[in-house]
Design a protein around this ligand. Structure first.
Ligand code: ZN
Length: 385
């Protein structure tokens, strides 16, 4: 095995060995500093200017910005350092030890998405500032899998400039230029409980929620009929009714009922518009029912991502990979980088099908080409011509 390949595998292995789970459950949540410090050390050794920034309000969490070269324009290679938690006892091997078998490497974060950092290290190996006319930046963020606090802090800070960004989430190196926006909301309907034998004694929150569901599904139908985007595998806005809970006894009028929904909208719509559209619809549905509606934000949201098909970044990525760009149904940190003025694509090793589950793996056969693709992107957007 060539030395460069051995180095790549050993970097993947090192990164998998550094746990960096992020979780809404405080007992599972971990600091991402070990991964940040590892990358900072490696990049400093290569002459990158390294800045580690604590994420305000999130102790133990940090972002890393490491830059080689100066000037306008340039390319950001970006990834999140955190992983989701793992299912104890359901892995065939230790999730924190990269294990090679059958042409694959297994471990937590192999696909989503620590290996991308190893590929980025390989692609920038040996580069010197003199060769670059525009800066190359490696960006590593915190808490993408939970609050996106890292990306939010970066967007709020500013101070990160580039023309283009590649986020190395697992796409099997197919360029992704679109994703949907996401929000999650809890709707709570409150009425008044009472004896079931006399409906006039109370006011059923459950019957109110029945009207709300009816209205939500009709709204979903209108949204789906109005707008379609065939770049997505699911070409319409979706609205999922994920959880419902209400009432206690059959002989009592239901006093309160909750419904949790997940809304994924096509580019062209914003989180704020959709959230207020949803709340207005529920309020107006219940207006005459003497029921009270209130809302809890379960996930404040990610905006949709859309980088124009004719942007240079998309065209170059399509040319280098030989694959047509497409859309996906999961969210990324892309909209935050786009808000900083960059064209953004999602392009990285591994498949999203293996993410977030036991025995997560990365196939080894595409890695060589992946490093070459990143090298060509660096040449194109950073190298002096
Ligand atoms: Zn990811």
């Amino acid at each position: 095995m060539p030395a460069a390949d051995r180095q790549l595998l050993s970097d993947i292995s090192d990164l998998i060995r550094l746990p960096s789970v992020s979780s809404f459950a405080p007992d599972r949540d971990m600091s991402n500093r070990p991964v940040i410090d590892y990358l900072a050390g490696r990049l400093e050794d290569r002459g990158f200017r390294v800045s580690v920034r604590d994420v305000p309000g999130h102790p133990g969490k940090a972002n890393l910005i490491a830059t080689l070269g100066r000037g306008p324009g340039g390319l950001v290679l970006s990834g999140h350092t955190d992983t989701v938690p793992y299912d104890d006892g359901q892995w065939s091997s230790d999730p924190f030890s990269a294990t090679e078998r059958d042409g694959r490497i297994y471990g937590l974060g192999t696909a989503d998405m620590k290996s991308f950092f190893a590929l980025a290290l390989a692609a920038s190996e040996g580069l010197t500032e003199r060769e670059l006319s525009s800066p190359l930046t490696l960006l590593a963020t915190a808490d993408e899998e939970t609050s996106m606090a890292g990306a939010k802090a970066l967007a709020a800070d500013g101070g990160l400039h580039a023309r283009c960004a590649v986020i190395g989430e697992p796409t099997d190196f197919r360029p992704v230029r679109l994703h949907k926006g996401i929000l999650m909301e809890r709707i709570r309907v409150e009425g008044r409980s009472g004896h079931s034998g006399d409906p006039g004694q109370g006011n059923s929150a459950l019957e109110g929620m029945h009207s709300v569901i009816h209205a939500l599904l009709a709204w979903r139908g209108q949204l789906q009929a109005a707008t379609r985007n065939d770049a997505f595998p699911v070409p319409v806005t979706t609205l999922n009714l994920g959880r419902i809970a209400g009432g206690d006894n059959p002989n009592r009028i239901c006093g309160a009922c909750e419904l949790d929904v997940d809304l994924r909208m096509l580019p062209g719509m914003t989180v704020a518009e959709m959230r207020s559209g949803l709340r207005n619809l529920v309020d107006s549905t219940l207006a005459d029912a003497r029921l009270n509606a209130s809302y809890e934000i379960l996930f404040d949201g990610i905006e949709p991502l859309e980088t124009p098909a004719d942007s240079e970044l998309v065209r170059v990525a399509e040319e280098l990979t030989g694959a047509e760009s497409c859309g996906v149904v999961y969210g990324t940190e892309g909209p935050f980088l786009r808000a900083l003025g960059m064209d953004v694509i999602i392009l990285g090793p591994g498949s999203i099908d293996q993410a977030h589950q036991p025995d997560e793996f990365l196939r080894l056969d595409g890695l060589h080409d992946g490093v070459a693709t990143l090298q060509k992107l660096i040449q194109r957007f950073c190298a002096a011509s």
